[in-house]
Design a protein around this ligand. Structure first.
Ligand code: NDP
Ligand code: BG6
Length: 508
């Protein structure tokens, strides 16, 4: 594996939750695999007044709590945290960027960096434009010596207009090649495996179209509620938080044409074409094509679970959706007429993300099943947990007659016990150090995704009569979401946390 050039990684928002839980543990894993540059420094930034040493102690504790490598030797963690530094500054104060510039100069000489800096924006999103502007104004974003890259955490804007404005601010100080917009789903091994499943196997691709596929279903369910992020979530909701980025990216990779190469732009061009082909949902059709819900209090295994409106940081009259399900079409030759169904929600029965390809039934039903129900093949691509792939098909039950039974053929990543599945942030951070933006969202992709969601946002804003359905925490969301699915007796798949145990309602 290639080693990145020497560099300094600056994390704005280093005293926050994301840095502790995801970024620092991911960087630690990259280092454990000996994939960090030979010489580097990591500089954390926040307003909190803490010393380098206090920051190191905090990050050490974060690695112990959140790293997947539970049995890591303490001296390995300390060796990593020694390279961590902290600067207290306020990103809204331009003069503070001069302090930063001075410090970077000092580190540059000390660690022989050669001017390669990566700036990771992990602060509240309202600060992104200020930080970008101040980086430009202080001369930190110009690539006169070394490279300068900027990583932007999600959310990238809250609608089409704000996303365009943020893109414009960023483009005023840096070229598109320098900008890395995070969508951590793209960093997931199983999301990338979608490309391999589709384009490395000759048997799927000929069937991957409107002639053989009846419908496609994508679910990203979470069993947790909004936890400590009520304040952020209440101004966001499931549509902005999950659909605009993670779910649409999975739609893009499922529906795209084969790319001409594995170049960052070759893949992203194909995803963009899918986004451009999404049939716009008219504002007046939103109530029929989009179902939104909000979890209410319930008892789960005898324990009281708080309703969304009573979570910390949430308005008691909030109409923010914690669940959304959408039906839509892709207007192109491959997918014309095939409905796509996507749904996501918090406080559902289990945590699971999967893509279900429902194939059409056979043209003639020679072996009508005894249950009277026609079965059809399904290919289930499990993104998490119990990562893997399941193919469902019919077999003859041994014995007299022709009794047909639906059976599973499954592959689980966990069977490859010798392989460790890296975390999404680990992959994304390593890629940015190499300058590879394949797994980052491009400006036009982000804007086109927002454009698709715009009529939904407008309909919800302009028409208070559109219902927000309540659903008890621990259930699969509003029952009305089943009405979206075309076809007699068809419903969503109700997956379990184990890939092969579908239709079970799992514990929270
Ligand atoms: P937190 O509120 O936990 O942290 C915010 C960070 O920003 C703190 O380090 C805070 O430092 C710093 N900060 C705030 N204002 C300033 C300022 N004026 N100058 C300098 N630093 C400032 O947020 P999260 O870590 O949860 O989230 C950060 C970003 O990551 C958000 O955009 C969020 O949407 C995104 N994200 C978070 C996820 C998560 O699981 N937490 C998941 C996906 C995305 P201090 O308080 O010391 O000033
Ligand atoms: C984040 C959302 O982007 O993704 C969170 O802001 C959500 O609300 C999270 O919980 C889900 O990510 P994962 O990797 O746990 O599916």
């Amino acid at each position: 594996m290639e080693k990145p050039k020497n560099l300094i990684l600056v994390i704005f928002g280093a005293s926050g939750d994301l840095t502790s839980r995801k970024l620092i543990t991911a960087l630690f894993s990259v280092r454990s695999q000996n994939l960090m540059p030979d010489r580097y420094a990591i500089l954390g930034i926040g307003r909190s007044k803490i010393s380098d040493e206090e920051f190191r102690v905090k990050m050490n504790a974060a690695i112990v709590s959140f790293s997947e490598e539970k049995k890591t030797a303490p001296d390995k963690i300390s060796a990593f945290t020694e390279d961590l530094h902290y600067l207290s500054m306020d990103t809204t104060i331009p003069a503070d960027f001069l302090k930063l510039k001075e410090l970077l100069k000092e580190f540059d000489t000390k660690y022989d960096i050669g001017g390669n800096y990566i700036f990771y924006l992990a602060t509240p999103p309202s600060l992104y434009e200020d930080i970008a502007f101040n980086l430009g104004a202080s001369g930190l974003s110009g690539q006169t010596e070394g490279f300068r890259r900027i990583i932007i955490e999600k959310p990238f804007g809250y609608d089409l207009k704000s996303a365009k404005k943020l893109n414009m601010t960023l483009h005023n100080l840096a070229s598109e090649e320098q900008i890395f917009r995070i969508d951590h789903y793209l960093g997931k091994e199983t999301v990338q495996n979608l490309l391999v499943t589709r384009f490395a196997n000759g048997m799927f691709e000929p069937l991957w179209n409107r002639n053989y596929i009846d419908r496609i279903e994508i679910t990203s369910a979470e069993n947790l509620g909004v936890e400590q992020r009520g304040g952020y979530y209440d101004s966001s909701g499931a549509l902005r938080d999950m659909v605009q980025n993670h779910l649409l990216q999975m739609v893009g990779l499922t529906a795209m044409e084969p790319p001409s190469s594995l170049d960052a732009d070759a893949i992203r061009n194909e995803v963009l074409k899918v986004f451009q082909s999404l049939q716009p949902i008219r504002e007046e059709d939103v109530p029929q094509q989009v179902i939104r819900g909000q979890y209410t209090a319930s008892l789960i295994r005898g324990e009281c679970v708080t309703g969304y409106r009573y979570e910390k940081g949430v308005d008691v009259h909030s109409r923010t959706e914690t669940y959304v399900a959408i039906k839509f079409y892709i207007n192109n030759w491959r997918w014309g007429g095939v409905p796509f169904y996507i749904r996501t929600g918090k406080r559902l029965p289990t945590r699971v993300t999967e893509i279900v390809i429902h194939f059409k039934t056979t043209p003639h039903h020679l072996f009508q099943r005894q249950s009277g129900k026609l079965s059809a093949n399904q290919l289930i691509i499990r993104i998490q947990p119990d990562e893997g792939i399941l193919l469902k098909f019919d077999m003859k039950e041994p014995g007299a007659g022709f009794n047909v039974k639906n059976v599973n053929m499954d592959f689980h990543y966990s069977d490859l016990a010798y392989l460790r599945v890296p975390s999404a942030y680990e992959r994304l951070l390593y890629d940015v150090m190499l300058g590879d933006s394949t797994l980052y969202s491009r400006d036009d992709e982000v804007e086109t995704a927002w454009k698709f969601l715009e009529p939904i946002q407008k309909a919800w804003a302009n028409n208070p009569a559109i219902k927000v359905f309540g659903y008890p925490a621990g259930t699969w969301g509003p029952e009305f979401a089943n009405d979206l699915i075309e076809g007699e007796g068809l419903t969503w798949r109700y997956p379990c946390k184990n890939l092969a145990d579908e239709e079970l309602y799992c514990e929270l």
